[in-house]
Design a protein around this ligand. Structure first.
Ligand SMILES: [Zn+2]
Length: 438
C-alpha cells in the first residue's frame, strides 16, 4: 500500500530537466555527423570524473552519505526510519559512448536524485534507507566489457580480473581508478539491497510507435561480444595471383555476410548481430589486407538460441580459415545471459503507472543495463520511457521530452517509496523475487 502522504507527491520536472542539461555539458563536443552537440564521457576519463564530481556535489547537497566500492561504483545513501534494514536501491550510469546524447544512464541517476530531492522537500521518511548508485563503465566502450562495474558489484565478474582489463592504449581499470582516487572501501560483491529499480530511456522505437508512456521491462536479452583477430598475408594487389592470397579482408567480409544470413534465416529466434568495428591493416588501396580486427555484437532474448548461434559461428570461422588460408583468433569480451525480472517487480511498475494515469506496455530490453546485473542478487526491475526519432540512442539525436522524463521518474518515485515502506517482516533479499510481498 502506498504511503498515504506520498501518493499525491510529484517530482519537479524542470529541476530534473535542468540537471540532465547541466550534466550533458560535461564531455560535450560538436558532432560533425549530425551537426548537434553530443556527449563523450568515456568511463574513467577526465570528462567522466568531472561528471561524477558534479553529481557527487548534488548528492551531498541533498544530504546523502557517499560511499565508494573497490570498483569505483558510488552509493549515495538516504537514511531510513529503520536504518539497519537493507536499502532500496536506484541507479544507473553516467559514463557514455563516444557519440552519446544526454539521457542514456543519466536519467536513471539524476532521476533517482530527483526522487530523493522530492522526498526531502516533502519531509518524507521511508522505513528502509534509499541508495542511489552510479556504476562504473556500463557502456563497455573504453574497456571492452559492458556493465563492468555492476557485474563486479553483483559478483558475476571478479574484482581482480576487472581491474586488469586494459583500454586500447594499454591503460588498465586499476590505473585509472587509482589516478582518480576511486578505489573505495566498500567490499565487492556488495551486500544485496532489498530491491533495485532503474529508470532508463528505451533506446528503441517500440514505446513511441505504440504511443505508450511507460515501458514495464520484462527482462533483458542475452548479449555476447566477440573480438575476431584475422591474420592473413599482405601482398601486392597486381602481382599476386588469386590462388596465392590470404586475404584477411575477404575473410572479414564473408563473416559479416554470414552473420547477416544467419539472422535472416530465422533459425536463431529473434537474433541480432552487428559488426560495429572493422580495422583493416595496412588499409591501403593496392595491398591485400594482412590483418583485420573485427567485433561481433550478438543479442537474443533466448539463451538456447544464442548458444546455438555461437556454436554455428565458431564452425563457420573454421570454414573461412580453410577457404581463405587466414587464421582467426576469436575472443569473447562480454557475455551476459538473458535476464527475466521478477513478476512482482513488473506488477509494481505496471500498477504504479496505472495509478498515475499513464499508458504502459510490457517490453523486453534490447540493450544491456546495470539492473540486469543487480537482478542476480536482489529483486530488480526497470521503468522505460519512450525516445523520439525512432528511439535513436548512442547518438547526439537521442532525445526524450521533459514530460516523458518526468513521467518515468514519477513512476520511479512512487514505486521506490512503496518498496521502501514494505514492513520488515517480508524482508528477504533473494534472486527469484517470490518472497517479495507487494
Ligand atoms: Zn544505459
Amino acid at each position: 500500500m502506498t504511503h498515504p502522504t506520498v501518493s499525491h507527491i510529484r517530482i519537479d520536472q524542470d529541476r530534473l530537466w535542468s540537471s540532465l542539461q547541466d550534466l550533458g555539458e560535461l564531455g560535450a563536443y560538436d558532432d560533425g555527423e549530425t551537426g548537434l552537440r553530443g556527449v563523450r564521457r568515456l568511463a574513467l576519463t577526465d570528462e567522466d570524473i568531472q561528471g561524477r564530481q558534479l553529481v557527487l556535489g548534488w548528492m551531498e547537497n541533498a544530504g546523502l552519505t557517499i560511499r565508494i566500492d573497490q570498483m569505483g561504483n558510488i552509493y549515495a545513501r538516504r537514511a531510513g526510519g529503520s536504518d539497519s534494514l537493507p536499502p532500496v536501491m536506484m541507479g544507473s550510469h553516467i559514463d557514455s559512448v563516444g557519440t552519446a546524447g544526454k539521457f542514456d544512464g543519466c536519467l536513471g541517476v539524476l532521476g533517482g536524485l530527483e526522487v530523493i530531492r522530492t522526498l526531502n522537500e516533502n519531509d518524507v521518511v521511508t522505513l528502509r534507507p534509499l541508495e542511489l548508485a552510479i556504476f562504473t563503465e556500463e557502456e563497455g566502450v573504453r574497456f571492452g566489457t559492458d556493465m563492468l562495474g555492476s557485474a563486479v558489484a553483483a559478483g558475476r565478474l571478479l574484482l581482480e580480473q576487472a581491474l586488469e582489463i586494459q583500454d586500447r592504449d594499454g591503460t588498465s581499470v586499476r590505473t585509472e581508478l587509482e589516478r582518480h582516487g576511486l578505489i573505495g572501501d566498500v567490499q565487492v560483491p556488495i551486500t544485496p539491497p532489498y530491491a533495485y529499480l532503474e529508470c532508463h530511456i528505451e533506446q528503441g522505437p517500440i514505446l513511441a510507435a505504440a504511443t505508450r508512456q511507460i515501458g514495464v521491462v520484462q527482462g533483458i536479452q542475452a548479449i555476447t561480444w566477440k573480438e575476431l583477430h584475422i591474420t592473413g598475408r599482405a601482398a601486392h594487389a597486381g602481382a599476386t595471383p588469386q590462388t596465392l592470397r590470404r586475404n584477411a579482408g575477404l575473410a572479414a567480409a564473408m563473416i559479416t555476410v554470414q552473420l547477416n544470413e544467419m539472422v535472416e534465416s530465422g533459425r536463431y529466434g529473434q537474433m541480432l548481430a552487428t559488426v560495429g568495428r572493422h580495422d583493416s591493416y595496412p588499409n591501403l588501396i593496392n595491398i591485400v589486407p594482412a590483418k583485420v580486427l573485427m567485433t561481433v555484437d550478438m543479442r537474443n532474448p533466448d539463451g538456447d538460441s544464442m548458444r546455438l548461434m555461437e556454436s554455428h559461428l565458431d564452425r563457420y570461422l573454421a570454414e573461412v580459415e580453410r577457404a581463405t588460408g587466414v587464421s582467426i583468433a576469436s575472443r569473447t569480451t562480454a557475455k551476459t545471459p538473458p535476464v527475466a525480472f521478477p513478476i512482482r517487480m513488473r506488477e509494481l511498475v505496471a500498477k504504479t503507472a496505472t495509478n498515475l494515469g499513464f499508458s504502459y506496455m510490457e517490453i523486453t530490453s534490447g540493450a544491456g543495463h546495470d539492473a540486469g546485473e543487480i537482478a542476480s542478487i536482489s529483486p530488480a526491475g526497470m521503468v522505460f520511457i519512450p525516445g523520439l526519432y525512432d528511439g535513436i540512442s548512442h547518438n547526439p539525436r537521442e532525445y526524450s521530452t521533459p514530460e516523458a522524463c518526468a513521467d518515468g521518474i514519477n513512476v520511479l518515485l512512487q514505486a521506490v517509496v512503496e518498496l521502501a515502506n514494505h514492513p520488515a517482516v517480508s524482508l528477504e533479499a533473494h534472486t527469484s523475487g517470490s518472497a517479495l510481498v507487494l
